[in-house]
Design a protein. Structure first.
Length: 417
């Protein structure tokens, strides 16, 4: 186990965007280059450049995903037809250690390349402006602070009440802003919860809400990272959420699929996947919350399918009928979650009661295509709702489809200028 004081990298935003000092072709970069994002994927480069704080000409250089050892330049541009977008240019390596985007002009270092294209477009879509701005990392969380005393927590603002209890914004030790969920007494056994929490704490991924610490006496407290914009289902109904483009909605769906692909790879199950359990950050990043908790609930209203709190409309038929929860029942729920996203938070199967939903599904009925839902997205939903669980797609597959939803037909890189 980690040594005392080893930092849990509780970093806001994407931890791959670590600034690395570069020693580029003999030019030592004494300070970290603010435009160099070593392990950032193409998709995350687009997300960061399109986030607020960046503008036309904002750029970054990252290692190429497709060609090991070479780099890509990603630049934010404005296109009359497509609006704000990101264009990617391959930076090619020369045998003598130099670099070029267009063979007409070569550079001894990436610094020289950046300086040149800051002054001249020279075939690029725009001159390079400011390096990509990212969110400041939160204070790290110390690994050994796992079971914490209740006195270390100050509850400041009640954010809401859910099935399991209340959620508060508060502070740990007076300085670290966190979300605190207090569970209703008797809602689950403290020992079962602690066993599950020990599993959950090791599920760490940029698309999962980070579990920081727990208070293990009743009432149980769960301390997690704080997400400014609250749940996705509520956010989509706000004046800001209702303005999101279909592109942005699909990007949010891709982020959730990415988090679920991680849960899938770890052989874990969520069991309660829906827009109410997705949280949204200041920069409109989506993270999955409450994974694994549903199994521990001891409230019959929640556990019995007749119970008022059982989320019938999100639950796969085999899970309703036989209590069989697998990653494939999560895939069914993800299909329902896609309908919530594309309709800006509408309740699934509008106008139908839970018993009607169960009866209709048994007859082979499926939710019809929502308004403004792209045809290909509806095809993906229907794959999620295949009768036989093994016929449903993997989250890894859905992540790749959703990430490249609009780019699948275009080349990934701009042509050489």
């Amino acid at each position: 186990s980690a040594g005392t004081g080893e930092v849990w990298g509780a970093l806001a935003g994407i931890k791959q965007a670590e600034r690395e000092c570069l020693s580029l072709a003999g030019t030592d970069c004494a300070v970290p280059c603010s435009w160099f994002f070593k392990n950032l994927s193409r998709k995350d480069a687009e997300r960061q450049l399109l986030a607020s704080g960046n503008t036309h000409g904002s750029f970054l250089i990252r290692e190429s995903e497709s060609t090991k050892g070479s780099y890509s330049l990603s630049v934010r541009d404005f296109d009359q037809n497509q609006g704000e977008m990101v264009k990617h240019y391959k930076i090619r390596n020369m045998d003598n250690g130099g670099y070029y985007i267009s063979p007409r002009i070569t550079f001894g270092s990436l610094h020289e390349l950046v300086e040149h294209y800051t002054r001249n477009t020279d075939g690029l879509c725009t001159r390079l402006g400011k390096p990509c701005q990212t969110q400041k990392p939160q204070k790290p969380w110390w690994q050994d602070e796992w079971e914490v005393p209740r006195e270390t927590l100050k509850l400041v603002e009640r954010l809401g009440a859910g099935q399991f209890g209340e959620v508060w914004m508060g502070y740990y030790n007076g300085h670290t802003k966190v979300a605190i969920k207090n569970l209703k007494q008797g809602s689950m056994s403290p020992s079962a919860f602690l066993a599950e929490a020990n599993l959950m704490k090791n599920l760490q991924h940029p698309r999962l809400v980070r579990l920081y610490a727990v208070v293990t006496q009743e009432p149980i407290y769960i301390i997690t990272e704080y997400m400014e914009k609250g749940s996705l289902v509520d956010f989509l109904k706000t004046s800001e959420g209702i303005k999101l483009t279909v592109n942005k909605l699909l990007d949010m769906a891709a982020q959730i699929a990415e988090g679920m692909a991680f849960i899938e790879a770890k052989n874990y199950i969520h069991r309660d996947l829906r827009a109410a359990n997705i949280l949204v950050s200041e920069t409109l990043c989506c993270k999955i919350a409450d994974f694994g908790l549903a199994r521990l609930i001891e409230d019959n209203e929640y556990t019995a399918r007749e119970g008022a709190k059982f989320p019938i409309k999100w639950t796969a038929p085999e899970a309703i009928n036989y209590g069989t929860f697998t990653i494939k029942s999560d895939v069914w729920s993800f299909g329902i979650l896609l309908t919530e996203i594309i309709t800006y938070g509408r309740i699934p199967y509008p106008g139908m009661t839970n018993p009607e939903v169960i009866q209709n599904l048994e007859r082979g009925y499926r939710m019809p295509q929502p308004d403004n839902c792209p045809e290909e997205l509806y095809e993906l939903m229907k794959k999620c709702w295949k009768e036989r669980p093994e016929d449903r797609p993997t989250f890894e597959y859905m992540k790749s489809v959703l990430e490249d939803f609009f780019t699948a037909t275009e080349g990934q890189y701009q042509q050489q200028p």
